[in-house]
Design a protein around this ligand. Structure first.
Ligand code: PAF
Length: 284
């Protein structure tokens, strides 16, 4: 497995692979791998002859009061795990090379970023969109794989690549969960034992919303009130949003239908912000 740090070297490697044929699948990550990342790598492996994993904690997508410095990093172990999955190249650029002093371009996706995480993390999706345009170009990827836990991120990327006619296929992978239902996330590392129990409120409240809708409750305001009360019954939870939205536009809905997604962001123990989501009328 190649470990590439320089953007120029990455582009040269991608060009050589493209000439050889077989296609390139990209798994963009911020590292600190767990089983969910490995599942993305396995899915990527089935899509193309070469798999590139980018490993870059992207400063552009963190707000001033967010956890950029504290974000968990585990480079040597990440490389070992990626090699174990048969990844062909890890691209781990330096922030100063990705964003030199004279860097001044921002890629911004409009309506779909107005709700949910876009509303509570101003600038976050500009940072994500900007880094991904660079990563797609540098790696010459024919397809890229993303987890559905970051549902809004996936929607933003699909919009971005369609709007800019980018010749890349965007593939979603279902959320990978612990056996008790907690969605896997690098930020779960910050949870102590008590927080871990409270973190289960996200997955369990999706299950609760599904039960209530199956029993005939369809008004989003009623469901939202019940979900909020349930999450708040767990110690140390602080709700960022509980939102019933259309799964395509991400606009809040009044009445639940087949396309309604419950999207959640909850801060646990004052420090860890977790997200989760699920279609309300079916599993997924
Ligand atoms: O989901 C992530 O880990 C990041 O937002 C991504 C897609 C790698 C962009 O930095």
């Amino acid at each position: 497995m190649e470990i590439i740090h320089s953007p120029d070297e990455m582009a040269a490697w991608a060009k050589a692979q493209a000439a050889a044929g077989g296609g390139i699948a990209l798994v963009p990550t911020m590292g600190c791998f767990h089983e969910a990342h490995l599942s993305l790598m396995r899915l990527a492996r089935r899509q193309a002859g070469k798999v590139v994993v980018s490993l870059f904690v992207n400063p552009l997508q963190f707000g001033p009061s967010e956890d950029f410095e504290a974000y968990p990093r585990n480079f040597a172990e990440d490389c070992r795990m990626a090699a174990g999955e048969g990844v062909d190249a890890v691209f781990a650029p330096d922030p100063a090379e990705m964003y030199p002093e004279d860097f001044q371009t921002v890629v911004s996706v409009k309506d779909i970023t107005r709700h949910l995480c876009g509303a509570s993390r101003p600038g976050h999706f500009d940072g994500v969109a900007t880094v991904l345009v660079k990563l797609f170009h540098l790696t010459g990827a024919d397809c890229a794989v993303f987890g559905e836990k970051d549902y809004q991120q996936l929607a933003v990327i699909r919009r971005l690549t369609a709007d800019l006619n980018m010749d890349i296929e965007i593939i979603g992978h279902p959320t990978v969960r612990e056996t008790d239902g907690l969605a896997m996330s690098s930020r779960n590392l910050y949870l102590d034992e008590g927080d871990r129990e409270s973190a289960l409120s996200l997955y369990r409240s999706i299950a609760m919303a599904r039960k209530l809708t199956a029993a005939g409750v369809r008004e989003a305001t009623v469901l939202e009130r019940k979900v909020r009360a349930y999450i708040e019954s767990f110690p140390g939870t602080e709700i960022d949003y509980v939102s019933f939205v259309d799964a395509d536009s991400l606009v809040p809905v009044a009445v639940i239908d087949e396309r309604t997604l419950l999207a959640l962001a909850v801060r646990i123990g004052g420090k860890v912000r977790l997200i989760d989501n699920g279609l309300v009328l079916r599993d997924g």
